[in-house]
Design a protein around this ligand. Structure first.
Ligand code: AHR
Length: 489
């Protein structure tokens, strides 16, 4: 079969604005994300705090906008007080989520200072697993109150005279997951989240609160969890979270895997509908937005511990290589987020360094970029402004889970100042190039592709797969991620 596709873009038909927070990421105290990831005191590139500047430079290049911290499952037994004050006085704790030891060398103040230094906004999570309203209020006060109270003065005494002004806060993490420390029913969590949110909004109505929605469409509580939790919290929260990790488990072949991103569209539609239902039920006036605050491709391999291993510090946990095919799946997830950016106002690629991550490090050695680095980098660079109307036509292929799936998938974005149009597109066909018919002229076409769908970048071959100018602009190579800049009339 010879493939072809047509794309009509109407730059004047603006569909919705893209919140820059769509390009967030996530730093959890897990595996080597923090220790020997962003922070490694003895690394040759470390700054005075011990943060690796080679990694910081790569993060600036990736350009995430907002970073969620400190978890993740980690947060559900975390005591924020352990991570502030003189480092020498901080306790070493057991982290029950990942069965590691946590020295608390990095805590909230160091994270926020570093986070802003790499150009990102911090997004903090409260522990609503083993803790409650009082501890959440205390954490907010320590971080955000200007001074004159015991907790805000403590922050000042710790060397941070200015309040951190953290605007986005998560009300716990994955509270619907039976693995979560302090896991709760929807009723129990809904009540706790409501009272925590009510108290926090009393302190500062300008903060934005993310209530923990469903973390998997495969849990039996999905999506009733979201309805019940929102019935409790609608008045006090701004966003509801959802999580999605895709992989090839239970999919018959690579073509089916290349379509797995369609699960994201289905989840967004379901949770947006649940938000609208609760709004109607409450006779409410405000819309709720979605925070896709964990998403990625994840094989669930290299988990630590597979059984009960000895407690250890910063193990190489959940480190996986991303293939070329997975960069295309990843690209399809970015396209999905952009298409739904009217409802998804925050999204966090989980995670940023080493743990299911676009950036990898070798302790004492180099940092390098995985295949998925590039679609994210392209989108955070050129995917700002507004999504505009586009119409796609291409051949399809049959799958069991997703029905007929198009080989060609795309979204068009109009830049805020110049009105320039950028198209992000994938070709899911494994062997056929896809010639594209467009109404607008192409200025530039960059592509990410490789003849081997299972090829990856590695520490020893970090630049096997990198973006390059498309050999024939407008012709999407087999199995490729593409960025096409169009001439506006
Ligand atoms: O991102 C890794 C883990 O995945 C997070 O800690 C948790 O929230 C999710 O299950």
């Amino acid at each position: 079969m010879s493939l072809s596709a047509r794309l009509q873009v109407n730059p004047e038909h603006r569909l919705h604005k893209i919140n820059p927070r769509l390009y967030g990421s996530f730093v959890e105290h897990m595996g080597r994300c923090v220790y020997t990831g962003i922070f490694e005191a003895k690394h040759p590139s470390a700054d005075a705090f011990g943060f690796r500047q080679d990694v910081a430079g790569m993060i600036r290049e990736l350009a995430p906008t907002i970073l969620r911290y400190p978890g993740g499952n980690f947060v559900s037994t975390y005591n924020w007080e352990d991570g502030v004050g003189p480092v020498a006085d901080r306790p070493t704790r057991l982290d029950l989520a990942w069965r590691t030891t946590e020295p608390n060398t990095i805590g909230t103040n160091e994270f926020i200072t570093w986070c802003r230094s790499v150009g990102c906004e911090p997004m903090l999570a409260f522990n609503l697993g083993t803790r409650g309203v009082a501890e959440a209020l205390a954490y907010w006060e320590y971080c955000n109150h200007p001074g004159g109270t015991t907790l805000s003065n403590l922050r000042i005494a710790h060397g941070y005279s200015e309040p951190h002004k953290v605007r986005v806060w998560c009300l716990g993490n994955e509270m619907d997951g039976p693995w979560q420390m302090g896991h709760k029913t929807a009723e129990e969590y809904g009540r706790l989240a409501c009272e925590t949110a009510r108290a926090l909004k009393q302190c500062d109505p300008a903060i934005e609160l993310v209530v923990a929605g469903s973390c998997s469409k495969d849990l039996p509580t999905y999506p009733a969890w979201d309805r019940v939790v929102l019935e409790h919290t609608y008045e006090f929260v701004d966003h509801i979270s959802l999580h999605l990790y895709v992989n090839d488990h239970e999919l018959p072949d690579l073509p089916a895997y290349l379509a797995v991103g369609l699960r994201m569209d289905a989840m967004i539609r379901t949770i947006a509908a649940t938000c609208d239902y609760v709004k109607a039920l409450k006779r409410g006036k405000k819309d709720l937005f979605l925070a896709f605050d964990e998403w990625n491709v994840w094989h669930w391999k290299n988990m630590h511990p597979p059984g009960f291993q000895p407690w250890c510090y910063a193990p190489a946990q959940v480190e996986q290589l991303y293939t070329m095919a997975e960069a295309v799946v990843f690209g399809s997830l970015i396209i999905s987020l952009l298409r739904h950016a009217d409802r998804v106002r925050i999204a966090n690629l989980a995670q940023l360094v080493n743990v299911i991550a676009p950036i990898m490090t070798t302790p004492g050695g180099e940092a390098w970029r995985q295949t998925i680095f590039y679609p994210f980098h392209h989108a955070s660079k050129w995917g700002l402004g507004e999504v505009v109307f586009s119409r796609m036509e291409s051949q399809t292929y049959a799958t069991k889970e997703f029905g007929e799936v198009p080989f060609f998938e795309a979204v068009a974005v109009r830049a805020p100042d110049t009105g320039a149009i950028t198209v992000f597109a994938i070709n899911r066909h494994l062997t056929e190039p896809l010639p594209l018919t467009l109404d607008l002229a192409i200025i530039e076409h960059v592509t990410l592709t490789d003849s081997d769908p299972l090829a990856t970048n590695t520490a020893t071959q970090p630049d096997r797969i990198t973006p390059c100018p498309a050999p024939q602009p407008g012709n999407l190579p087999p199995l490729s991620w593409n960025v096409i800049h169009l001439q506006i009339r």
